[in-house]
Design a protein around this ligand. Structure first.
Ligand code: MG
Length: 329
C-alpha cells in the first residue's frame, strides 16, 4: 500500500513537472503528413527538422508482437504498394495477421494517384521505397537527432467495433507500456486513443504516462454518442447523459488531456476543461486562419499536418518555438 501511494505521488509530481516545463504543445501529426509520407521515418525526420514539441504517431501490433507505426488496423490501399509495386486491393490485410517481416515488404512512400487522399495532400512529396517503421526505429531516430526534449504522443489503434482486428485493450495497452519503458521514454510519452478502454489500462499500469482522451462528436467516427441511451462503446462504460459534458466525462475517467476534433471545440468548452484541470488539444488543424481561431480559444496545444505553418502562427504571437533538430532518416 505504501509503495502504491509513493509510486502515485511520484507520478503526479513528474506529471506536474512535465506540464510546467513544456508550454504550448506543437504536435506534428503522423510526423508532417502534409509534406512527407505519414507515420514514416522521413516524416518524423521532417517534423524534427522543422521543430516540434511532440511527434504524434499511431500504433498497430504485428502477429509476432512487434509495435509498428501505422494509422490503420489493416494496411491502407490508398498508400500501400506490395512487393510487385502495385497498390494493394481493398480491404488490405490486418496488420495483426502479418509478421513484421511481411509488413516490411510493403512500400508506403507514395499516395495512390487519383484518390481523394492524394487530392487532400497534394503537397506531399513521395519517397518511394519507404517502409512502415517499428516504434523502436522511431525512438532510435530521435536519439540520433540528439533531441532530448521532443515528446511522443502514441495512439493505440483499436476499435471496440472490430475486436477481431487487434489484440484486446488490456494486452494492447500493456505492450505499448512495455515498449515505452524499454526505450526509457516514459517521461517523454503520452498515450492517446478514441478507445478509452486502453487509457484506463495505461492509468492503472503506468500512472507516470499521461493519458489523452480523443473525441469526435460528428459523423461515423462519433465516439461520444450524446443522444444515445446506452454508453458509447468507445468510452470505457461512461455514458454522456450521466455527465452532460465531455470534459466532465474525461475528468471522471481519470484523464490528463482532452484532444478534441477542432470543429467540436469552443472557447467555453476549453475553459470548462481547463477549470477541471485538464489540458486541451485540438486536432487536426492545417489552415493558418483556422490555427489562429483555435489559438484564440485558449487551447494548450494543436495537432497539425503542417507544423511549419503552425510555427509561423506561433512566431506571430511571440511564442517560444521548439528547436529544430535535423536528422537523416
Ligand atoms: Mg493519430
Amino acid at each position: 500500500m505504501l509503495m502504491t501511494i509513493r509510486h502515485f505521488t511520484l507520478a503526479a509530481a513528474l506529471l506536474a513537472a512535465s506540464l510546467h516545463s513544456h508550454g504550448f504543445d506543437l504536435q506534428g501529426h503522423r510526423g508532417a503528413r502534409a509534406l512527407t509520407p505519414e507515420n514514416t521515418l522521413p516524416s518524423f525526420a521532417q517534423a524534427l527538422g522543422i521543430g516540434v514539441t511532440t511527434l504524434e504517431l499511431d500504433i498497430a501490433i504485428t502477429k509476432d508482437g512487434v509495435l509498428v507505426v501505422t494509422h490503420d488496423r489493416a494496411l491502407n490501399p490508398d498508400i500501400t504498394r506490395g512487393p510487385d509495386g502495385r497498390f494493394i486491393d481493398a480491404p488490405g490485410p490486418a496488420v495483426s495477421s502479418l509478421s513484421f517481416a511481411e509488413v516490411a515488404r510493403y512500400d508506403v512512400g507514395r499516395i495512390k494517384p487519383g484518390t481523394n487522399y492524394a487530392r487532400q495532400f497534394s503537397d506531399q512529396k513521395a519517397i518511394d521505397g519507404t517502409r512502415i517503421p517499428r516504434l523502436a526505429d522511431l525512438f532510435a531516430l530521435v536519439k540520433k537527432s540528439g533531441n532530448d526534449q521532443v515528446r511522443f504522443a502514441i495512439e493505440t489503434k483499436l476499435s471496440p467495433l472490430a475486436p477481431q482486428d487487434t489484440l484486446a485493450p488490456e494486452a494492447f495497452a500493456r505492450a505499448v507500456v512495455a515498449a515505452i519503458r524499454e526505450a526509457g521514454m516514459a517521461s517523454r510519452s503520452s498515450v492517446l486513443s478514441f478507445d478509452w478502454r486502453t487509457l484506463q489500462v495505461i492509468q492503472r499500469e503506468a500512472p507516470e504516462i499521461p493519458t489523452v482522451y480523443l473525441t469526435i462528436q460528428r459523423g461515423n467516427g462519433d465516439n461520444i454518442g450524446v443522444d444515445k441511451a446506452e454508453p458509447s462503446p468507445w468510452t470505457a462504460g461512461l455514458r454522456y447523459s450521466d455527465y452532460r459534458s465531455v470534459p466532465k466525462m474525461i475528468k471522471a475517467a481519470g484523464g490528463h488531456t482532452w484532444s478534441a476534433f477542432h470543429l467540436d471545440l469552443t472557447a467555453e468548452k476549453v475553459k470548462e476543461a481547463q477549470a477541471l484541470g485538464l489540458q486541451v488539444l485540438a486536432w487536426t488543424v492545417n489552415e493558418p486562419a483556422r490555427m489562429a481561431a483555435v489559438f484564440d480559444m485558449g487551447v494548450n496545444g494543436i495537432v497539425t499536418d503542417r507544423p511549419d505553418l503552425l510555427r509561423e502562427e506561433m512566431k506571430r504571437r511571440g511564442m517560444a518555438l521548439p528547436a529544430p533538430t535535423p536528422v537523416t532518416p
